[in-house]
Structures are given as C-alpha cells and as structure tokens.
Design a protein around this ligand. Structure first.
Ligand SMILES: [Zn+2]
Length: 250
C-alpha cells in the first residue's frame, strides 16, 4: 500500500478523476484529496464517500482568504465530522502569489488551526515564501501535520520535524534535474518524518514533465528517494506508508 498524501484529483481540476482513482485502487494506491474552498471541499467529500481508497482533507486555502465568511467557517466545522475526513488541509500561507493580504492569510490560517485543534485532526500545510511566519504560527498551536511540497532549507526542515513533530511531504520536485537543493535537504531529515505526495494535477515528476500529474506517478518519487538515500524502494514504501498511517490515523 502506498499513500499519496496530497493531491487534488477531482473534476474541477481534472476531468478524468474517477478513472484515475479506480486505476490507483488497482495498484493499492490510497489517496488523500485536499480541498481548498467550499466547492472543492464538496467534491472531496463526494469522492471520499464513493471510493474506499480516497480520504478527505478539507480546508480553506490562502487564495480564499479575501472571501471567507463566518458561514463558511461553520460549514467547514460541520463537514469535519464526516468519518472519511482525516485532516484539515490544504491550508497555509503563500507570499509568492501575493503578500498584499498577508494579514488576512494569517487570520484564515489561524482559524483553520483552531478547527484542527477542536476536531483533533492533523493539518496539511502549504507554505511558499512564508516559511518563518508559518513556523511562528504553527508553534502556537497544539497540532501536528505535514508540510506539503517543502522546498526550504535543511535547517528549517529540522525545526519543523524535530521541534514541532511535523512530517515533510516529498513530491515531484525531488525528481527535477535542476533541484539539487531539495535532494540535499532529503538526506538531512529523518525518514520517519517523510511522506510521499504528488500534488496532482500539479508538479509532475521529471519523467512526466509537460503532462498533467496523477497519483500513479508516485512511483517516480519513491524511486528517486530510494536512489538518493541508497535504500530499497520497498523499504521507502513501507516506512512512508507507516508514517502516513500514524499521522493521519488511517
Ligand atoms: Zn496542493
């Protein structure tokens, strides 16, 4: 069993979502779908109800920070009671796309963390050009989770894994020829704090560049981790799957 701990395989993102999910099931790939706003959260709930190999992470992303209402928050609060929900995500801060609304992003992020605490759920966090703020906010809450598609420094990765008990989501960028920095970081973090993820339909691995990414490509990420850490693929699968099961209580 392999767990793709972060992706967006639903119809508003890719038209053949059902097909991909069924294909993944045949290969014993389990999928954690991440919503980012009320409509994608709805899609995630529907698919997780329909397929055994699909789990739901529900949340409001930085891109929803300017629009979110109190009603949206209480809707999410209710939806988190669904038994297929295993995390609050995708949530987080992104100053790469815009920093103009940083205060609103932070406010929304904190509301998401409060909900995660209330429901005793782990979080799936996105952070781009915002790693220090992400860290400073997370350390104020009693939550664990994954830092999805982390591409920062090895030093900061250690802060997250050791001090906060967080897990690092390793995805397509690890396979990209020019991304030496992330491969260097990989060697310095504890494999017991690593997860594998595709972020489909985004971040295709080197082998599939230019194509829409799917959970079926998780094998390229596993292969690369095994190569870099000089391990057997089967051991990488076993350890990262155990990590995901432990974190998300699957
Ligand atoms: Zn994502």
């Amino acid at each position: 069993m392999i767990i793709d701990t972060h992706c967006h395989i639903y119809n508003s993102e890719m038209e053949n979502a059902d097909e991909i999910i069924k294909e993944a099931a045949k290969k014993d790939i389990h999928i954690i779908l991440n919503g980012t706003d009320p409509s994608s959260n709805e899609e995630v709930l529907e698919l997780s109800g329909k397929y055994e190999n699909v789990y739901a992470a529900l949340g409001y992303f930085y891109s929803f920070a300017d629009e979110v209402t109190d009603e949206d928050i209480s809707l999410l609060d209710n939806q988190l009671n669904n038994n297929k929900v295993i995390a609050v995500g995708e949530i987080g801060l992104d100053y790469y796309h815009t920093k103009d609304n940083a205060d609103k992003q932070k406010e929304l992020f904190k509301k998401m963390l409060t909900l995660a605490q209330k429901h005793s759920l782990p979080v799936i966090v996105h952070s781009r050009k915002s790693i220090q703020d992400t860290y400073d906010i997370l350390k104020e809450y009693d939550v664990v989770g994954s830092l999805h598609c982390y591409q920062g420094s090895a030093e900061m990765a250690k802060e997250f894994t050791i001090k906060l008990g967080f897990y690092m989501g390793i995805g397509g960028p690890i396979t990209h020829n020019n991304n030496k920095k992330i491969r260097k970081m990989l060697k310095r973090i504890d494999i017991n704090h690593m997860l594998v993820e595709t972020d489909s339909p985004y971040l295709s691995p080197e082998e599939k560049r230019g194509e829409k990414n799917t959970s079926l490509n998780i094998k390229y990420i596993i292969r690369k981790i095994a190569e870099e850490l000089d391990m057997e693929e089967i051991d990488v699968i076993k350890i990262t799957t155990d990590n995901a099961k432990r974190l998300f209580k699957i």
